[in-house]
Design a protein around this ligand. Structure first.
Ligand SMILES: NC(=O)c1ccc[n+]([C@@H]2O[C@H](COP(=O)([O-])OP(=O)(O)OC[C@H]3O[C@@H](n4cnc5c(N)ncnc54)[C@H](O)[C@@H]3O)[C@@H](O)[C@H]2O)c1
Length: 356
């Protein structure tokens, strides 16, 4: 399959799974981590414009939100992810909390080049971004991982981080005991020789070298815990805080930490950074990685990666899947756009029919 100028390459959930099967889950995660690291290292605001996301949120018997996350790469493409967050989905509709699709547009013509499932891609890129941040912020010999929130994102957090760190133990906690009980089975296919232990929040915070919080905590319900007994160089990936008023970590902990947001402008509205004054916020992820020589001592402090979700991550993961789809000839090429032979006549098709 070649990238056809008029066709849209569509990758359904099944196509995405087939690509992962063919390439290998670990290979894919490794490639994604490397590509994200590179994209952040070379990120240039003069070439790539990323506005903060926007959307609609609603409060009814199935509260949730639908947001759009756009990115413009100069002279190349516009990528837009549309993502829904409906925390009652798993129980009410047997669907994931996060449902999404990602589209890519050619900026020469406006043509829709690709349309791809964003459910697995979001989980993969969120895990991979925590791995990139942790590589720079956590102790390299980290051996105990704590997971608070054992939903869909927790699996890719474990997977991505275990590609970088040699964990011996993972301590898990969720308010929903069904989620903790099924975690072992859900993570089994990763084939990791890591002991999985259900633990209290206190124990997780005390014993972990790295913690990932990925909960669907409600607006105004945070923090998840108040205990500040933790290792002096613990690193935390705070993944679940991604909406105004929705935060996971206690302010006292943030104040003791070097807080690194993925995207500062968005994090001060939606992330853990909404709890902080500007002066209390550390470098953003781009600054940290691009100028790491200034920050390499951060590893010895308490560090927090404030992950709100950044459209650059969606562009990187989508481009990777489109690239692999073309290589493996997987996916469907569709003529979605109605481009008639006479560019000035949208009725051209009907005209031909009348003539015949
Ligand atoms: N930063 C990002 O880029 C990014 C990307 C995707 C999802 N997210 C966010 O990550 C969070 C998790 O997403 P998911 O897809 O795993 O959702 P999910 O519904 O599959 O899992 C969320 C889990 O959190 C648990 N939970 C809720 N409140 C809790 C609490 N107080 N303590 C412990 N556990 C609690 C729930 O029981 C559930 O098992 C959501 O808030 C989502 O918005 C962030």
């Amino acid at each position: 399959m070649k990238g056809n100028q008029r066709k849209t390459l569509v990758l359904s959930g099944d196509n995405v799974n087939a690509i992962v099967d063919r390439f290998g889950l670990n290979n894919l995660m490794d490639r994604l981590i490397a590509k994200l690291n590179q994209a952040i290292k070379t990120f240039d605001v003069n070439n790539t414009t990323i506005p903060i996301r926007s959307g609609f949120n609603y409060d009814n018997d199935n509260p949730g939100l639908i947001e759009w996350m756009p990115l413009y790469k100069k002279n190349e493409e516009v990528v837009i992810k549309v993502v829904g967050y409906h925390p009652k989905n798993p129980i009410k509709h047997s669907l994931p909390t996060i449902l999404s699709t990602i589209s890519s547009y050619d900026t020469t013509t406006g043509h829709l080049k690709g349309l791809v499932d964003g459910v697995l891609l979001t989980a993969l890129r969120t895990g991979a971004t925590s791995a990139v941040a942790s590589k720079y912020l956590a102790q390299p010999d980290s051996s105990v991982l704590g997971l608070i929130g054992c939903g869909a994102q927790s699996i890719t957090q474990l997977h991505a981080l275990s590609r970088i760190f040699d964990f011996k133990k993972v301590l898990i906690y969720d308010v929903d005991t069904k989620a903790t009980a099924s975690f072992r089975d859900r993570s089994e296919m990763l084939d990791l020789s890591i002991e999985v232990i259900e633990a209290s929040l206190d124990l997780i915070m005390k014993q972990s070298d790295i913690v990932c919080t990925a909960t669907s905590i409600d607006v105004g319900e945070g923090p998840l815990f108040n205990n500040l007994e933790l290792k002096s160089n613990i690193h935390i990936n705070a993944v679940g805080s991604d909406f105004p008023g929705k935060t996971e970590l206690p302010l006292q902990l943030l104040k003791k930490s070097i807080v690194v947001p993925d995207f500062l402008k968005q994090a001060v509205i939606e992330g853990e950074c909404q709890q902080l004054e500007t002066n209390d916020i550390g470098p953003d992820l781009v600054d940290l990685i691009q100028n790491y020589k200034n920050y390499d001592a951060t590893k010895n402090s308490i560090t927090v990666f404030d992950s709100t979700g950044w459209a650059l991550e969606d562009q990187v993961v989508m481009d990777l899947f489109l690239e692999l789809a073309i290589e493996f000839e997987i996916g469907l090429e569709l003529d979605i756009e109605n481009t008639s032979a006479d560019a000035k006549n949208p009725y051209h098709y009907f005209l031909k029919k009348i003539e015949v």
